[in-house]
Structures are given as structure tokens and as C-alpha cells.
Write a protein that binds this ligand. Structure first.
Ligand code: FE2
Length: 477
């Protein structure tokens, strides 16, 4: 194929990080023989036909940034939909649709999809096709956008190449994931607010420690963060220098909600009681591993813990916490409790500090939103999980994976008996959570893909829950 015939926009378009007056628009040029620097024109319009242009500009797509483009229109109107497109090398991209957050005083509602864990070699993205056509304002993506592994020969659709650890390898892996038409459609339909989890870098990594205790892990993390920034709609100001990138932050949604997006990977203490000669997760008995409850250990790191504790919104009815994993305590058995060390159970004092603050300050409408464990969970968050009568201080929805396989349902069903604060647990379905909220209540639909091996599978509502803004805890709806 001659370069002129190749699509220059084969990875689609995306938008993200919406505020009331700004949005980040993304694309990455593709194809052979790209110059070192390519001018890319972008347009943002108030209508789909682009007759009413709100902003336009030109960005240089540099080879040093994998020819990615991060355009940042500002001074936009709050609470309205826009359409955008790019043009370069004689070609035009598809059109993307996006929106700004409402004005600070606006009473508008919010509809969003909570999604995570899209392991490409485990399944197709029927869930994303469903998101793209749903009536929503936003996607909250809470991690595992790519998986770093090589694929077994039996995989449904194989990852290209070996397990990734260098910048060119991470770039190629993002490009492979972003070649999926359903994922592209979900990006083109809605703005995304995003955080990462571990697989964007290395399974179970903790700060600067890789799972295999790699000696050069700082360089690997730097390459992974760089590739993440290059492929996501984050502003230019967040481009990582070295191995650091601050992704935690707050997004206000009018007078309705404050969304606190957390990073539980970059600043955490290493997992407690690892296996001999390894980093990463383990499943351990509490009596063998008192470090699990060591008050000095933190999942967020001291600076982010202080930032969160000092920034709860006491005015708006909802505080939505977008973070990586299940926050509720989860015991596989109760006679001799064992815990998985990679999640909040491995950092129990860190969770206790967070929930104690919520209880003491009576923070309104705290809803914790997570992923990572490849199961739909609905839970009551309490300052004392051992006391069935302890008040519920926050609500949790953990969304199942878009495609990554989960634990056996029989094990989850059995474990539910030991965790009475967890109302619902389904690990055998792929999908996402659709949430709709106003000042009074939040309605959540847990969506399940019929057959994740088919890109055209139907998607059904598996369960519905409702949360009252003044009364933490979900009720079946
Ligand atoms: Fe995952």
C-alpha cells in the first residue's frame, strides 16, 4: 500500500478530562513515512454538520510523541455538546462527539458508564458498542486499558508480540487495542475521565517495584506512563517527565457532584507479605501477616490521602470516588480470614482513615466506583465491617470487566456468605455499570454481555439498584 492510501487516523479520535469550559481532544496519526513533525488542524463545532464552529486550531504531531495530538479548546460553553474532527496530510478523521461539564450552579443530572479491564485476548468489546449508543454524558474508566502480557496460542484474538516493557512495545500494544471498532466508537461518542490500574505498566506493580522485582523498573514505568499519555485524552501539561505522572484530580459536575479520581498504583507501599523473591499480590491469613493492618502503610500515599481528606465536597449532594479496585472488605472465608493483598484489604488502615473521615465529617453522597476484580459487586461501606449493626457511611459499585475473565462464580457465591455487607456479586459476566443521578437519587444498572466471544453480542440489564442521596447504601430497584 502506498503511504497516500493509508488511513492517517486508523486509531480513531477521543476526548476527555471535561471541565465546564474546556475539553481535551485526542488523535494519533498512523501509517508509513510520517514526517518528524506534521501539522494537524482540528475543529470543534456546535453542530454535527460543522456549520457553527466554536473553536479551531493547529497542533504539531511529533514523532517524539508517537505523532499523538492533544488539542485543548478552552473558553467553551458549560453543559453543551460539541462535535470535533482532525485533518492532516490530505485526510480527515471521523467525527467525535463530546461535551463540557455543567456550569458550577447548574442543577443538571449526570449519566455515566463505569468501565474497566478490557483484556483484548479474552473477549470482544460488545460492551463498548452498547456504551457508544447509550444515552450518557461520560465514561469513567478505572483502569486496565491494556494488558501487558503475551497471548497464549489458544487466545480468542491474540496480542501482537511479547510481554511489553519498552516504549515502542507499549505504543504498539495501545495501537492494537485502539484498532477495535467498538472501542473507537465509545471514544468517539463520549468524553472519558480516566485513571489507570496496574496492567498499563506491569501486573501488581507498587510505586517503583515491579512484580518480578525488575532491576530497571523505573525505566519501564516511565515508558509505560509516557505511552499512556500519548494515547489518552490528557492535557499536554500532564506529559510525564521521567517516571512520574499525576493523574489524580477532581472534576465538578455542576451543583450535583464532585468526582474524585484516585491513583492507587503510583504512590502505594509495596504489598504486604509477598511470596518469596517476588513483588505483587498474595493471598494470606491475617494471623500470618500482621503487616496487613499496619497503620503506616498506605494505598494512596500520604500526599494523596491528605489531598482527598482535605477536599471532600460538603456542599454538593454527591461525592463520586473513581478508583481502581473493590474497597469493601472481602474475606474468602471467615473462620480463619484470608485476604488478597493487592486491593484495599492489603491496606486496611488506609481504608479506615478514608472511611473514618467520611463518617466524622458527614460527607454527603459518597459513592465509591471501582473495577479490577472482574466482577459486579454492590456493597455497603462501613467504619466497622465486623459489626453488622454499624452504620453504612458510603455506597460502593464495582463494575465488572469489559472483557477480562473473572473468578469462578461458585467461589464468589460461597464467599458472599462471609461478607454480609456485600449485597451482590457476579464474576461470571462481562459488561459495565450505567449510572444516572440527580440531586435526590442515583440509579445504577449492572449491564451484562450475553456472549463476550462475539463482537455483536446483546447486552442485558442483570440488576438494578438505587441510592438515596441522604442515605448511604444501595437498595434493589
Ligand atoms: Fe483487570
Amino acid at each position: 500500500m502506498r503511504a497516500a492510501d493509508e488511513s492517517r487516523f486508523a486509531l480513531g479520535v477521543a476526548s476527555g478530562q471535561p471541565s465546564a469550559t474546556s475539553i481535551v481532544l485526542w488523535t494519533r496519526l498512523t501509517g508509513a513515512e510520517l514526517p518528524l513533525q506534521v501539522p494537524v488542524r482540528w475543529e470543534l463545532a456546535r453542530d454535527e454538520a460543522f456549520t457553527d464552529i466554536a473553536a479551531r486550531g493547529t497542533e504539531a504531531a511529533l514523532e517524539a510523541d508517537a505523532h499523538s495530538v492533544h488539542a485543548e479548546p478552552s473558553a467553551l460553553e458549560p453543559g453543551r455538546w460539541y462535535w470535533y474532527r482532525f485533518e492532516a496530510l490530505g485526510q480527515r478523521s471521523r467525527v467525535g462527539r463530546t461535551r463540557t461539564a455543567p456550569a458550577p450552579e447548574a442543577r443538571e443530572g449526570l449519566r455515566f458508564a463505569l468501565a474497566s479491564c478490557q483484556r483484548y485476548d479474552h473477549g470482544h468489546y460488545a460492551a463498548w458498542r452498547h456504551v457508544a449508543s447509550a444515552e450518557l454524558d461520560l465514561v469513567l474508566f478505572v483502569g486496565d486499558y491494556i494488558y501487558e502480557y503475551a497471548s497464549p496460542p489458544t487466545a480468542l484474538r491474540r496480542h501482537d508480540g511479547v510481554s511489553v516493557s519498552t516504549l515502542p512495545q507499549y505504543r504498539a500494544r495501545y495501537a492494537q487495542y485502539k484498532s477495535d471498532a467498538s472501542l473507537q466508537a465509545a471514544h468517539a461518542a463520549l468524553p472519558w475521565l480516566m485513571v489507570w490500574d496496574d496492567h498499563e505498566v506491569d501486573n501488581d506493580y507498587a510505586a517503583l517495584q515491579g512484580q518480578a522485582l525488575q532491576p530497571d523498573f523505573r525505566a519501564q514505568r516511565g515508558a509505560a506512563y509516557r505511552a499512556y499519555w500519548e494515547h489518552m485524552p490528557f492535557p499536554k501539561s500532564l506529559k510525564p517527565a521521567g517516571a512520574d505522572m499525576r493523574i489524580y484530580g477532581r472534576t465538578d459536575w455542576g451543583a450535583l457532584a464532585c468526582i474524585h479520581a484516585l491513583d492507587d498504583r503510583q504512590y502505594r507501599d509495596a504489598q504486604a507479605c509477598p511470596r518469596e523473591g517476588r513483588g505483587g499480590a498474595n493471598t494470606v491469613r491475617l494471623r500470618d501477616c500482621p503487616e496487613l493492618v499496619d497503620p503506616k502503610r498506605s494505598l494512596l500515599g500520604p500526599a494523596q490521602e491528605r489531598w482527598l481528606a482535605g477536599g471532600w465536597d460538603l456542599q454538593r449532594p454527591w461525592n463520586l470516588v473513581a478508583q481502581q479496585t473493590l474497597m469493601a472488605r472481602f474475606m474468602w472465608n471467615s473462620a480463619d480470614p484470608t485476604f488478597w493483598t493487592d486491593g484495599w484489604d492489603g491496606y486496611a488502615a488506609s481504608r479506615q482513615r478514608l472511611l473514618d473521615t467520611v463518617a466524622q465529617r458527614k460527607v454527603p453522597g459518597v459513592v465509591v466506583l471501582g473495577g479490577d476484580v472482574h466482577a459486579h459487586y454492590v456493597a455497603d461501606l462501613k467504619v466497622d465491617f465486623d459489626d453488622e449493626k454499624a452504620p453504612v457511611v458510603a455506597t460502593e459499585f464495582c463494575g465488572t470487566s469489559i472483557a477480562s475473565r473473572g473468578a469462578a462464580q461458585e467461589r464468589v457465591t460461597e464467599a458472599m456468605r462471609h461478607n454480609p455487607h456485600i449485597q451482590y456479586g457476579r464474576s461470571d459476566r462481562r459488561g459495565y455499570v450505567s449510572c444516572r443521578l440527580d440531586a435526590q437519587s442515583l440509579h445504577a444498572s449492572l449491564l451484562a454481555v450475553d456472549d463476550a466471544t462475539r463482537p455483536d453480542s446483546a447486552v442485558q440489564v442483570a440488576a438494578r439498584f438505587v441510592v438515596d442521596a441522604r442515605q448511604p447504601g444501595a437498595r434493589p430497584a
